[in-house]
Design a protein around this ligand. Structure first.
Ligand code: BES
Ligand code: MN
Ligand code: MN
Length: 462
C-alpha cells in the first residue's frame, strides 16, 4: 500500500493533466449537437482504462450514448467491485455567467479550496470523480496491488436519466455480476468533515403545456375576457403548495416514510451552519416545508420545484400580447417509499383536474427515478468507513443526500446488489451551475482513499 501511495504522490501532475484532457471534451448528453463529442469522451475513457491496466475494455452501443465497460479479473475467489460513474455532463448554459470557458479547465484558488480547484463543466460531476477511480486503479496495478476483481461501467446518459442503462444492465447481468457497486458521484459535508452518502431522493420530472386561445391575441382587444395561459399556469403552480409549503397534490405524502424522532435528532447533529448557508447563497432567509430543518428539507422530505417556465413575449421592449400557450418544467424529489410512477400519475391527475375550462393542459412525463437508501451495517459500507478513517483521520458521518441517481435503485433490482456512495465533492462545488469546480484536495484525497477501500473490503470479505 505504501508503494501505491507513493505512486500517487509522484503522479499527481500527470493525473491532473489527464483530467484536464477529459474535461476538454464537451460531453453534453442532452444536446444532440454534442453527439460526436460524447462518443469521443467514451473513447477517452476506454483509452485511459486500458492504459491503467484493464484486461478487457469495450464500448457498448445503446439506443443513445455508449456505455464503457472494463474489467480486470484477478481471481474468482476474490470479491468483485463494480465501479459506476458517468462521463456525460450537464449543458454549460448560461455561458455568459462563466468566468472562464466551461471546457477550458483552469486551476484557481477559492476560499473553500485554498489549495486550488479545477474549474470546468463536469469537474466534480462526474468526470473528476470518475477520474479518481481510473487513477487509483492505475496506481494499484502499477504496484501489483489489487486485492479484488474490478469491473467498470461508465455511462454517458446519467444527466438525461440513464434511459438506456437499465436495458444494458438487464441484458448483461452476468457480465456485471459483482458484490458491490462503488461510485463517487456525491459529496462530503466538508473537507474536514468526511461523510458517506447513504440515501438519495427519487425524481419525477414533468413538462406541462397550457393552451388558451388558438393563436396569440391583442391583449387589449381580448385581455380580460379570454383565459391567459400564463396567468393561469402561474395560479395552478402556486396552488401546488400551501402556506406551510406542503404539497397539495392529493395522496402525495401517502407513502412517505416519516423519520423517527431519534433519526431526526441524529441527522440534525451533522455539522451545519444556517448562517453560512444563507450567506453563501446571498439570501436573507431560507424557504421550505414548515416544521423541518434545512438538513431535513434536503434529505428526508419530498419537494416540488419549477425548473423552467416560459411563454409569451420575452424579447426586447414591450409587446402587448395575450399568448396562446404557456409551459413549465416541474420536478418533484421523492423519498422512500414514494415511487416515481405513483407520483407522476398523481401529479397528472391533479394538474388536469385544477385547470379551468378556459384552457387545455397537456402533461408530459420525462424521466423518473426511485429513491434509494443503503445499509451501513455491511462489510461494503464498513470498508468505505475504514478507508476514510485512514485518509481523513476521522470517522465519516453517514448522511442522506437530496440529489438523485436513479440507477442505484435499478442496480438493486436488476443486479441484486447494494451500492456504496463514496463521493468526494462539496455541495458548494456548483455542479450543474456556472463555474462548476472540484477541489484539488478532494481530487487527490479521493485517489488516495479508493485503494484503501479495496484493501479493507477484501480483508472484511475474506
Ligand atoms: N451526481 C448527481 C447527483 C447528486 C448530486 C447526488 C449531489 C448527490 C449529491 C447526478 O449527476 C445528477 O445530477 N442527478 C440528477 C438526476 C438525473 C436523473 C438527471 C439530479 O439529481 O438532478
Ligand atoms: Mn453525477
Ligand atoms: Mn449531475
Amino acid at each position: 500500500m505504501n508503494n501505491v501511495q507513493s505512486y500517487i504522490e509522484e503522479n499527481k501532475e500527470k493525473f491532473l493533466e489527464e483530467l484536464k484532457s477529459f474535461l476538454r471534451i464537451p460531453s453534453v448528453s442532452a444536446d444532440p449537437a454534442f453527439k460526436d463529442d460524447v462518443r469521443k469522451t467514451a473513447e477517452f475513457v476506454k483509452e485511459r482504462l486500458t492504459a491503467a491496466g484493464a484486461d478487457i475494455v469495450e464500448i457498448h452501443e445503446t439506443k443513445g450514448h455508449p456505455v464503457v465497460y472494463g474489467e480486470k479479473m484477478i481471481d474468482p475467489a476474490l470479491p468483485t467491485v463494480l465501479v459506476y460513474g458517468h462521463y456525460d455532463v450537464q449543458p454549460p448554459d448560461p455561458l455568459d455567467l462563466w468566468d472562464s470557458g466551461p471546457f477550458e479547465p483552469v486551476i484557481k484558488k477559492t476560499e473553500i479550496h485554498p489549495d486550488g480547484a479545477i474549474f470546468a463543466r463536469g469537474a466534480c460531476d462526474d468526470k473528476g470523480q470518475v477520474y479518481m477511480h481510473i487513477a487509483a486503479f492505475e496506481a494499484m496495478n502499477a504496484n501489483g496491488f489489487l486485492p479484488v476483481n474490478m469491473k467498470f461501467m461508465i455511462e454517458g446518459e446519467e444527466e438525461i436519466g440513464s434511459e438506456n442503462l437499465g436495458t444494458f444492465c438487464k441484458e448483461n447481468k452476468e457480465k456485471l455480476a459483482c458484490d458491490v457497486v462503488l461510485l463517487s458521484d456525491t459529496s462530503v459535508i466538508a473537507n474536514d468533515v468526511p461523510s458517506i452518502t447513504v440515501g438519495l431522493r427519487g425524481l419525477s420530472y414533468i413538462e406541462v403545456e397550457v393552451t388558451g386561445p388558438n393563436r396569440d391575441l391583442h391583449s387589449g382587444v381580448y385581455g380580460g375576457a379570454v383565459g391567459n395561459p400564463i396567468n393561469i399556469l402561474c395560479k395552478m403552480i402556486a396552488s401546488l403548495t400551501d402556506e406551510n409549503n406542503h404539497i397539495t397534490i392529493p395522496g402525495f405524502y401517502d407513502n412517505v416514510v416519516e423519520a423517527t424522532a431519534e433519526e431526526r435528532h441524529a441527522m440534525n447533529q451533522a455539522p451545519f451552519s444556517l448562517d453560512q448557508y444563507k450567506s453563501d447563497l446571498k439570501v436573507d432567509d431560507v424557504h421550505g416545508e414548515e416544521g423541518f430543518t434545512t438538513l431535513e428539507r434536503t434529505s428526508i422530505r419530498p419537494t416540488l420545484d419549477v425548473n423552467g417556465i416560459w411563454g409569451g413575449y420575452i424579447g426586447e421592449g414591450a409587446k402587448t400580447v395575450l399568448p396562446s400557450k404557456a409551459y413549465a418544467k416541474i420536478s418533484m424529489r421523492l423519498v422512500p417509499n414514494q415511487t416515481d410512477e405513483e407520483i407522476t400519475e398523481k401529479f397528472q391527475k391533479h394538474f388536469e383536474s385544477i385547470a379551468p375550462k378556459s384552457v387545455k393542459v397537456k402533461v408530459t412525463p420525462h424521466h423518473g427515478g426511485m429513491p434509494a437508501v443503503t445499509p451501513i451495517d455491511t462489510p461494503e459500507y464498513k470498508a468505505a468507513e475504514k478507508a476514510m478513517i485512514q485518509t481523513y483521520g476521522k470517522t465519516p458521518i453517514p448522511q442522506r443526500s437530496g440529489g438523485s441517481i436513479p440507477i442505484i435503485a435499478l442496480f438493486e433490482k436488476e443486479l441484486n446488489v447494494k451500492s456504496v456512495m463514496l463521493g468526494f465533492g462539496l455541495d458548494s462545488d456548483d455542479i450543474h451551475s456556472p463555474n462548476e469546480h472540484y477541489g484539488l484536495f478532494n481530487f487527490y484525497k479521493g485517489i488516495e482513499t479508493i485503494p484503501y477501500y479495496y484493501h479493507y473490503y477484501s480483508e472484511l470479505k475474506s
